[in-house]
Design a binder for this molecule. Structure first.
Ligand code: NOJ
Length: 529
């Protein structure tokens, strides 16, 4: 990347699920003053930006993804003054703050929807998506909710159905209505005037639905282990061509303010995902790339293939990004196990493009099993087996009561291993996942090759080893990742010498001969050439 770059290109983003990060008042739920208290930790960790999952007033039917006021703070999380303080203290430490914009749907308790459902001729009626029943009185079409069951709810009062692609308490806003768009843009401006540095936009590719509401066809590839909502191919309720126009409009609002970043939540294969950068790079700066999260098989060849396809398909000037985990997906340590989770962390933090780290993954936190009577996630309540509670369990700070997260009863159970897997314990251990992550972040920050340099895959001579070079100016960093469970000798076809900067088990350093590189099972090395 020659010359100037945007802050978010060289940044590492850290996702905080506010309910689960740090409680400050003993109610068992994390809050804004709690996050402020932990800013020193985040600075010491070495990330550049925090993204907060929704903090707005909400009935919490989907834990904040059901917004009842786009320009407020839910009392559970604190006050607007608490937010202002968090923003100010984050900025004072050089940390940027991103918020979560949830424009596809509001809460059914939002005043807009309360108005909308009150009568067919209410001025807000067309702010949501209302349709007459089908001739048999059933839902207008066969669309399914992401949380299971039909995507339509009949409203007795006015005799029509409203659309909800998620919970019935999350009615979809009508993005074909310009008034809706302006209302959300005004909310963006409100937070931007305060100095917020960007937005992650919830399900941005779902904003526009097909104008004629056709039935979705069945998906022949659906199997019973998959979510019920995936039984149909999502042809008409998401990913419509007109959504790009809307995203461009949102980007223009974003660009009324200098150096703000717009990130879109979009689950898609890389070939389709890249369309969301926009024809003139005028849509989202970063369409979240979840392809490492959705990867079924975790091996050198598949990962290399994914990275190379992504790199090859990125439009000119588009900046890549990578995600390993979030509040909707099983944690990386649970998906692939601890040795490969370390390898994945090295991958995430050494690939070209902005990485997003999910809170707790720096400790190797695992999904926490939740007894059925404690399940609270609406997705898990409707579709047993698909609960997202396990990946939302509280951050583990220390071995004391409540893991340092809360002096009260945490809203979700703590991980059973919290007495040993916590920040304090791992800080004291030079080989811990935390120390390893800190080392990677420190290297990335100090190295132009890692933060902004080019990417070139190398043939490793072994189908279990994925190796690549990152290069900037004269600086060269080599990454070699052994996904296999056997030791191996890597043949990179180079004769240079290098110095190890980081190893996955944090127990190797010094010079190595790149012509005779040996990797232990599941070992990754980051080497300065
Ligand atoms: C995506 C969010 O990440 C998820 O947590 C939420 O349930 C849905 N969008 C609906 O807002």
């Amino acid at each position: 990347m020659p010359g100037a770059h945007h802050w978010w290109q060289s940044a590492v983003i850290y996702q905080i699920y506010p309910r689960s990060f740090q409680d400050s008042n003993g109610d068992g739920v994390g809050d804004l003053p709690g996050i402020t208290r932990r800013l020193d930790y985040l600075q010491e960790l070495g990330v550049d930006a925090i993204w907060l999952s929704p903090i707005f007033p909400s009935p919490m039917a989907d834990f904040g993804y059901d917004v009842a006021d786009y320009v407020g703070v839910d009392p559970l999380f604190g006050t607007m003054a608490d937010f202002d303080q968090l923003l100010q203290e984050a900025h004072a430490r050089g940390l940027r703050v991103l918020l979560d914009l949830v424009p596809n749907h509001s809460s059914d308790e939002h005043p807009w929807f309360v108005q909308s459902r009150s009568s067919r001729d209410n001025p807000y009626r067309d702010w949501y998506i209302w349709r007459d029943p089908a001739p048999d009185g059933g839902p207008p079409n066969n669309w399914l909710s992401n949380f299971g069951g039909p995507a339509w709810r009949f409203d007795e009062a006015t005799g029509q159905y409203y659309l909800h692609l998620f919970d019935p308490k999350q009615p979809d806003l009508n993005w074909r209505n310009p008034a809706v768009r302006q209302a959300i843009y005004d909310a963006m401006r409100f937070w931007y005037r305060k100095g917020v540095d960007g937005f992650r936009v919830d399900v941005i590719w779902m904003l526009i639905k097909h104008a004629d509401f056709p039935d979705n066809p069945p998906d022949p590839d659906w199997t019973p282990e998959m979510m019920p909502g995936q039984r149909l191919r999502r042809l008409y309720d998401q990913g419509q061509p007109e959504v790009h126009q809307v995203i461009r409009e949102m980007r223009a609002v974003n660009d009324e303010f200098p150096e703000r970043v717009l990130i879109g939540e979009i689950y898609m294969p890389v070939e389709e995902l890249v369309a969301y950068y926009g024809p003139a790079l005028d849509e989202v700066h970063l369409p979240f790339n979840f392809n490492l999260v959705t990867l079924r098989e975790w091996g050198a060849l598949v990962v290399r293939d994914l990275v190379d396809r992504y790199e090859a398909t990125l439009p000119d000037g588009a900046w890549p990004n990578w995600v390993l985990g979030n509040h909707d997906q099983p944690r990386i340590a649970s998906r692939v196990g601890h040795p490969l989770a370390r390898l994945a962390q090295m991958l995430l933090l050494s690939l070209r493009g902005t990485p997003t780290l999910y809170y707790g993954d720096e400790l190797g936190m695992e999904d926490v099993p939740i007894p059925p009577e404690r399940v609270v996630d609406p997705q898990g309540l409707r579709m047993p087996g698909f609960s997202r509670d396990p990946q939302r369990s509280p951050m583990l700070w220390e071995r004391g009561p409540g893991a340092g997260f809360s002096s009260g009863e945490p809203w979700l159970p703590l991980a059973a291993d919290y007495a040993t897997r916590n920040v304090a314990a791992q800080r004291a251990d030079g080989r811990s996942m935390l120390s390893f992550t800190r080392r990677l972040l420190e290297l990335r920050r100090a190295s132009m090759a890692l933060s902004l340099g080019s990417y070139r895959p190398l043939n490793s001579g072994d189908r279990h080893v994925y190796a690549y070079l990152r290069e900037h100016g004269g600086e060269r960093m080599l990454v070699a990742l052994n996904f296999g469970g056997e030791p191996c000798a890597v043949e990179l076809g180079v004769t240079a010498r290098g110095r190890i900067q980081a190893s996955t088990s944090m127990d190797r350093d010094g010079e190595v001969d790149l012509g005779a590189l040996e990797l232990r099972p599941h070992e990754g090395l980051l080497i300065r050439v």
